[in-house]
Every structure is written in structure tokens, then in C-alpha cells.
Design a protein around this ligand. Sequence first.
Ligand SMILES: *Cc1c(COP(=O)(O)O)cnc(C)c1O
Length: 498
Amino acid sequence: MGSLDCSADTSSEFKPLDPEDFRNQAHKVVDFIADYYKQVETYPVLTQVQPDYLRARLPQTAPYLPEPLETILSDVTKDIIPGMTHWLSPNFFGFFPATVSTAAFLGEMLCTSFNAVSFNWLASPAATELEMIVTDWLANMLKLPNTFMFSGTGGGVIQNTSSDAILVTLIAARDRMLRTRGSTATIQKLAVYCSDQTHSTFAKAAKLAGISPCNVKAIPTNLDTAFALSASALRLAVEADVASGLVPLYLCATVGTTSTTAIDPLPPLSDLASEFGMWMHVDAAYGGSACICPEFRHYLEGIERVDSLSLSPHKWLLTYLDCCCLWVTHPNLLVQALSTDPEYLKNKPSESKSVVDYKDWQVGTGRKFKSLRLWFVLRSYGVVSLQSHIRSDIRMAKTFEGLVKSDPRFEVVVPRNFALVCFRLNPFSGEDPERTEALNRKLLDWVNSTGRVYMTHTKVGGIYILRFAVGATLTEEHHVAAAWKLIKEGAYAVLNGV
Ligand SMILES: *Cc1c(COP(=O)(O)O)cnc(C)c1O
């Protein structure tokens, strides 16, 4: 048996990174990807496979002998692509788009190629310094005050996702509070605030940070204020909590909530946060990107008085997943909370405290050279093309909104802020909420099961809403028009029971 194994052993000639093999195979994969991008429109947007579909198609065990690239790629076509929901389809209107671009892809190729694991400055100075520069560049495009920039008194970092950004700032705030308030602020007494529209990841981050789940206070919002967090409602909650002995720690406001893109009013909220000594974070994962356009910058008014801001270019700034920029006004608080100093990472520049060691700004140690992606995007397109990209998505969403408004059977439920239209079929003018909801559920299923368009839903203030999020990178006006035509066909079908 042993001799049989040895005869099949290819290890003597095994070269996992032969440059000429790499060149040859990588070219083939680039061709494969370009073909996928050309054909993606022809695939059902929402996959039609059933759970566990893949197990039946693939072998039980890994192959013992090497397989050629051609075989593997043909299985991608045969077994993987049919099981995907195609986020890059121009007919993808679900959730928020995850936008991409040639420039970001090229930056990602380099990032992956170099595989620089830049946990501290010395481990790859270019990776750290480029990240400092691109986060400053983006901060500048957003007209953030210099308290968020390395060229000023703060700084930015690229996290994986918004969840990381919220978690690390919450931990920095928690540790500062526990350090400065001593025994008057135990962890059991710390309270954190958000609205009932804040992304669910906030409650998860609070749990991870050791905040008692009953001290995560989600302030109710309503349709009258378009689901924005009201500073006066927040004040009542905070005052009641203080009176009962809790210690307000952290406020998470949102610019562009996930359900409906509601905008929490930063100026009065930041007043309140500073009055009660809370850390204030702004989650602008999606909407923040629009603020690179002067006409949308007002959504960030008041930002100069908050402690941290996160924004995910992987959503609306064409960078591929994942890339979430976090800016903080007091990097030292992150470092105090998250730094580690094992012997095997000791080095002169770190000890001199003259460099940034990004491992002290994040959860993990290892990190990729992600700034290359953002740098390629910013340089290849310039601010001017990025602005027109945002404007074009907003224009298409406006078109869709106009179509919805032109049909009396439909209504736009909340005012549109960015490129998301929240609407529903409402032929009975909401007289029978349950019947209206059932009708919209049917309509959504009808539309998505065609595979020609994918939309998602939400429920706010008890209202079941269809979300039409425009902005997948390949989407053009005619896709939006075709989607509306399909939605109208669906409305006819569900209203007439066909
Ligand atoms: C999408 C979204 C998140 C999650 O963001 P990721 O960075 O993609 O994990 C958080 N907050 C808001 C407001 C979002 O829209």
C-alpha cells in the first residue's frame, strides 16, 4: 500500500507558486471572470436551488490527485454559479448593492499578490502608510474636520465591516469609562443607545463588549419623523436611566438606516451625547458615500462633534468586499483598549511610538493590504467620476420613484433620501393592514421567483415595505424600467389571482 502511495506522490515537483504557471492560469481566470460579467444578466438573480443542493453534486472527499484548472472551472460553471444569488447582476435590487469596479479588482489582485500581513508598521510600512493616506483622502472628500485625519489630530483605519468598526469603538469607549469612573461605573451599569432602526450588528457588538442586553436601549421611531431618532425621546430615556443609576456610555446614530435610509439628526444628538459624557458613533455604512457630493454633504452636518464615523466603500464606492473605513478623533483610546505587546512582535519603530501599528486598531492581528483597492479606485476614477457614479444611481432611483408614484395602486412609503425606494402595493389605501401585507408578500415572491429581478423587503412601524435599492454596478436605466414593468405584471397577477 505504501509503495502505491509513493508512486502517486508528486511532491518532488510540487511548486504551488511557479511564476509561469501563475501567469498562464491567472490569464485564463481573468477571461473566465470577464465572461461571467458579460453573462451575469442572463442568470436568475435569486438562485433557485434548494438547501444542500451542492452536496449531491460534489464528491464526498477531496481529490487525492491534482486536478487541472479547466476541470475545476467547468465545475464552477456547472455547480457553483447556479447556486449563487448574483449580486453583480444588473437586475439585483435587494438589500444595498455591493458595488465593484475594474480599478478595485486590480487593486485587490495586487493586495492578494503581495500578501503583506501588515499588523504593525515594520511588517510592511507601505501598507500602513498607504492606509493612513487613503483614509485621509476619503476624509477630505467627505469634508470631515481634521480631527478625523492623520494630517490633523485623529485618523482612519480600514476595518472588515461596520460590525468591527462599531465593536472596536464601543470597547474603546467602555475601557475609557471604566478607567476614568472607577467604581462608580461598573460594566453592569453601562448603557448604550440607538434607535429601533439601528443595524442589528450594534446589539451584537454590545453583547460582545459585555454590555448587559437589557442596557441596550433602542429608542422607538415612527413614520411621522421618517424613522429618524428623536433627540427629545433619547433625552427622556437617558435621563430616566441616569436617575435609576445607569451610566450612559455610547450612542450609535445612523446616516442612512438599513431599512429605509433614515437620517438621525447629528447636531442635537451630539449635544446630548456630550452633555451626558457618551461616546457618539455615526454609522454611515451606505449613505455616507453620497456625502462626497456637495449636494448631499449636509447629511453629515454636525459630524465635527462626534467621536467616530464608519462608512463602507464596499457598499457604494465600488471597492468590492470588504472595506469599511472607520475614523476616530482619539486613536489613542483605540490603542489603549486594543494594543498587545508580545515579545515576537517587538521592534524599534513600534517602541519609539512614532508609527501606527494597525493591529492595535482592530480585533485581529493579521490584516490585508486593503488600502490598495481604495487607492486604485480613487486614482483611477478621481472624485469627479465617483460623484457622477453616485448621482447616476440616485437619478435611476428617482426615475423608479416617479414610476411608482404614477401608478395609483402603489405608494412610496417613506421619502427617498438616496438610491433606495421604499414602496408598496396599496390598493385598499391601507384600510386592512393584514390584507395589504399579504398582498405585498405575494407580489415580492412573484417577482423574485421569476429570477428576472431580485428585491427584498423590510417592516418598519408595523408596515411591510418593498425595498428597491438601485446601484448594482452594471445596472442601467433600461433595467430599472424593465423591473418596474415586471412589478406591474406581478401586481396584476396578485390582484387578479392569476
Ligand atoms: C449594511 C449596513 C451595515 C452592515 O455593514 P457592513 O459593513 O456591510 O457589515 C451596518 N449599518 C448600516 C446602516 C448598514 O446599512
